[in-house]
Design a protein around this ligand. Sequence first.
Ligand code: SF4
Ligand code: SF4
Length: 553
Amino acid sequence: MSREYLFSLPRDLQVELGEVNAATPPAQSGRPYLVANVPSANAEVYAPEINFYLRSSHDSSQVKMESVEKLFDVRACIFEYAQDFSSDIDVDNRVAIISRTDRPQLMEKLQTLGLAPVLLESAQVLNVQGRIGSLQINMRTVDQHGSTVETDQIVWFEAPVEFSRKKGIYDPDQDGMEDVITALCDNYGTLQVRNTKKYDESICLYHGKRHDICGLCVDICPSSAITKARDGRYLRFSEIDCIHCGQCIGICPSGALDSTLLSVRSLGKAVSLYRNKHVLVITARIELETLQVRLPPGVLPFVIEQSDMLHENHLLAVLQASGKPMVIWSDSIPAATQGAIDLVNGIYRRIHDREAIYRCRSLDELQYVLDQLPTYDLPTHALAEPSVLKRKCVSQRIAHLVGEGSFGTVKTDPVLHYGTLTVDRAACTLCLSCADACGVGALLPFVEDNTLRFNPSLCTNCGYCQKTCPEPGCLQTVNNRIDLDPSFFSFQIMAADTIFHCSECGAAIGPSKSIEKIAAMMKPLFAGDPTRLKTLTCCPDCKAKLMVAAMHP
Ligand code: SF4
Ligand code: SF4
């Protein structure tokens, strides 16, 4: 075992572990170890699942020894790839009270606690911007010019719901006056802000596009920590308001959002250590120190901090690394994660006639599932080069399960945004607006044979191509399905055209239908001008030559 690990055998743990050396936690301060199984070791990472596993597992002593080492390695691997960083922000004592009525008692109470309250009339408040420690309240004034009040925190009676979810803005009618005052005092001073997600705008479906494309992360965020900027097509992130639930990561169809604590890449590395083990996913919320469960042989715990972030790419990565059915224990799971579990189980049921993921909501259910856990093997697969595009990884993983077979269609939850497209070949002019619009490379032009091709498994069903297509009814999205057939996982020809050649020099200039359509539209405008009429069907070089020749006959 690495010397960066501290393994300390608690007195109440009656296990035989052969060669593993038990050590006593050192007395000095600092972080002398990377991973430890006891909190008193002050290691970078405390791994309570190690003692939980030793106490609960029915593995043999030999297997336990090997598994304990694996559990240390898993934590070290996740730590190595984590990019979590924290920063401090200052919160001074200014508190704005927004109310329809005077609040003398509250003003007095806050003053006695060292805070500096000011009272603002609700009807005069236009808007609030900023974050805790630096909030700007835009006010209506009699002279119509408006004014701005700067404050650190706000007590807002009858606050609009979108503001009452932000840290530093509290509505006593919703939160209770006592809790509001406690929160104001707790926040006063220095607040530590964690950044637990990373964002790649280059693959975001909203960034720089239309206002109605995607934005699923904005809609799902329970604390208004992600918003759409009013002055442009980009997202704003407020780390101070983030409650680190991970729901935005779970729902993001493109992979633009990932966890800094457990990225898709680090999860892939960590779960590769679980080969031939049943992975038991447990959220960090659960107190493993006191948890009483019987783990059958071959079950190893995997603790994740943001259980709401799990999506189909994570689940498939776990199953294809371990080759065994997995168990998820969480009392609450968001719709996107549940949709992903249902999708993956739907695929395994169709292809292997078996469930792959068992989800448990209670301790009793967990014990029941563990006692009945089937031991069959599932196919393993590792991605040669994992992509940042979520759909690309999922596509490769499902394609491996499908192989050359054909297994019908699985319905997918609308929240997952899977689907396919139809293109009316007769109506398509191959203008390629759709391919330009598609942000995930699901629609591509193939210049070699002048075709438009589509890979349904990469499509996020965002509808941008449909909204961009200039031919009415030509392109239609078909929602909420995955066809378990090889054709769903590769590029298929959706429309084709012949190449149009310049009427003067014969050079290839583009798709025939598109050029003929534009020529037909422009013909009436150029009637009576034979030179201009000729330019409609020639290449840019010949067009210039014709125009120059017409000017200097
Ligand atoms: S869910 Fe993902 S792709 Fe959609 S707007 Fe948010 S970050 Fe962008
Ligand atoms: S093919 Fe169309 S619907 Fe699918 S991701 Fe691309 S733009 Fe969106």
